[in-house]
Design a protein around this ligand. Structure first.
Ligand code: BG6
Length: 516
């Protein structure tokens, strides 16, 4: 085992995956260029790809293998976290890349694909092992799965494996997600399905588990006796970035909230699992969703806020509103911002509000979970400027903030005495930063998750019941919003923190969003 690579050690080097053919459906798409192939290249650079593993792009575009390889080189050059391209790594990596052009709905395309994969098995010893990565629109998930099954390409026989990785969005409401699960289960076993949510591959998200269950000091405080409330923010400063067509169908609730934001909530609020294994962890996560109080009918107005960005400013430049973005209707009622006040009906968190918000074109890019502790029971000491100017106000309560991005780290805010003759306090912070503690940048979420899929470890992927439990919360809210009139959708200027109603949602309870 080499120990010169911290990422390699961190990813349990004993578990080098068995060689397989990794097939990317949707190989000419954005995700392949921006995330998947750069992640595979970085795994190769970390010497974590098994020898003999091939990567086959499958898409409609007619292109030669040479052209495909060249465009993937451009993609790696542009999007890899390691720059510049390491020619020695690339030399090996490029020989793994292949391309098959075909149509998702055409059985003959699968015959051609199958022949190519069997040829690669023979030359590289991949023994029929397969990962099929569906980086394709949800409307063709079923078609591809059914055709793969009909071509005999997903059967796990003779010790070989076949796994299907499915990108979000997984359904668009409870009924469609349940129907998709049912269809997938007709041709695949649950253990073959890897529903990806890239937030679970982020180092800092996994660090929440480490913080809570790898330390003795936090967990005793992690409950209703000590926590006043929790805030989760996933703020983006970018707009829809040319993805207007997709976003018109999704909106913030389907793009971010149903998946990424609820995953953050699950990891923050789950009970300690009996072991860190796939089913134990996912059992605990799904219980969090089941414990969330449903929001229905009139409660939707009271406990949720949506909004849409209008024209505004970003980095000192004017930027268009959502309705002016390409492929967006000028009368669109799709939300680009969501805030909600959630509560859990369980022993640990009963009565502790969880405020969540997510949006595009907000004031800055920042994803953070903050745990706000209760204040001291008796105002023995006050905060403010030292000396006679002390303002006598109550000390601000302690806050533990977990920054997912950027500048990943954990900060504890607490009260300290201001130097000088008076006993006056002021909030200060203890700061842990990933970058300075461990040096450099860690692996990207997609690297970790692709490696786990290769290893057959679904711990960081969503199970069928997890996805449907998330839709069970979101669907009544979406239905109620659909019933509402256009006038109920507040427009916020791009570059701000969302509509005033988002502030009212939390201020009504005598609390405020944390300044980020
Ligand atoms: C994706 C969404 O899943 O996550 C995008 O479709 C969003 O709209 C992105 O921008 C955010 O991911 P990250 O890793 O940049 O926080």
């Amino acid at each position: 085992m080499t120990t010169d690579n911290p990422f390699r050690v961190g990813l349990e080097t004993e578990r080098i995956p068995d060689a397989c053919v990794f097939v990317i459906f949707g190989a000419s798409g954005d995700l392949t260029r921006r995330k998947l192939v750069p992640a595979l290249y970085n795994l190769a650079a970390s010497r974590l790809l098994p020898p003999g593993m091939s990567i086959v792009g499958f898409a409609l575009t007619e292109t030669t293998e040479e052209q495909f390889r060249q465009s993937m080189r451009d993609a790696v050059g542009q999007f890899s976290r390691r720059k510049p391209i390491d020619e020695a790594v690339w030399g090996d990596f490029v020989s793994r890349l292949h391309y098959v052009s075909g149509r998702f709905e055409e059985p003959a395309s699968y015959t051609r694909l199958r022949e190519k994969l069997e040829f690669l098995d023979k030359t590289n010893g991949t023994r029929g092992n397969r990962i099929y990565y569906l980086a394709i629109p949800p409307s063709v998930f079923r078609t591809v799965n059914d055709n793969l099954a009909a071509a005999g390409m997903v059967a796990e026989e003779g010790g070989r494996y076949a796994r299907v990785v499915i990108e979000k969005p997984f359904g668009r409401d409870l009924a469609s997600a349940e129907a998709l699960n049912t269809d997938l289960h007709k041709v695949l076993q649950e253990k073959q399905i890897f529903r990806i949510d890239h937030y679970l591959g982020k180092e800092t998200v996994q660090n929440i588990v480490a913080l809570r269950f790898g330390n003795a000091i936090f967990e005793p405080l992690w409950n209703r006796n000590h926590i006043d409330h929790v805030q989760i923010t996933a703020a983006e400063d970018i707009g829809v970035e040319g993805r207007g067509k997709f976003y018109e169908e999704a909106g913030a609730s389907r793009d971010i909230v149903q998946n990424h934001l609820l995953q953050l909530l699950m990891v923050t609020a789950m009970e300690p699992p009996v072991a860190f294994t796939a089913d134990e962890v996912r059992d605990e996560k799904v219980k969090v969703l089941r414990a969330l109080k449903p929001i229905r009918g009139d409660d939707v107005k009271r406990l949720t806020v949506r909004g849409q960005y209008g024209p505004g400013n970003f980095a000192g430049q004017p930027v268009p509103g959502y309705r002016q973005e390409p492929n967006v209707s000028e009368r669109s009622t799709v939300e680009t911002f969501v805030a909600m006040r959630l509560e859990m009906d369980n022993w640990r968190f009963a009565g502790v509000p969880i405020y969540v918000r997510a949006g595009k074109r907000l004031a800055k890019r920042c994803t953070e979970i903050s745990v706000h502790f209760k204040n001291v029971p008796h105002a023995l000491l006050t905060q403010g400027a030292p000396g006679p100017g002390a303002d006598g106000s109550r000390i601000e309560p302690d806050v533990l903030a977990i920054r997912i991005q950027p500048d990943e780290g954990i900060t504890l805010r607490f009260a300290a005495k201001v130097p000088g003759p008076s006993m006056v306090l002021r909030p200060v912070t203890m700061d842990f930063r990933y970058g300075s503690a461990f040096g450099g940048s860690g692996p990207e979420a997609y690297e970790r998750l692709i490696l786990d899929a290769l290893l057959g470890d679904p711990t960081l992927f969503a199970r069928a019941d997890e996805v449907t439990a998330a839709w069970r919360l979101m669907t009544p809210i979406l239905q109620e919003w659909e019933r509402e009139h256009l006038a109920d959708l507040p427009i916020y200027p791009a570059g701000t923190w969302g509509p005033p109603a988002a502030f009212e949602l939390i201020e009504r309870d005598g609390r405020a969003w944390r300044r980020l």
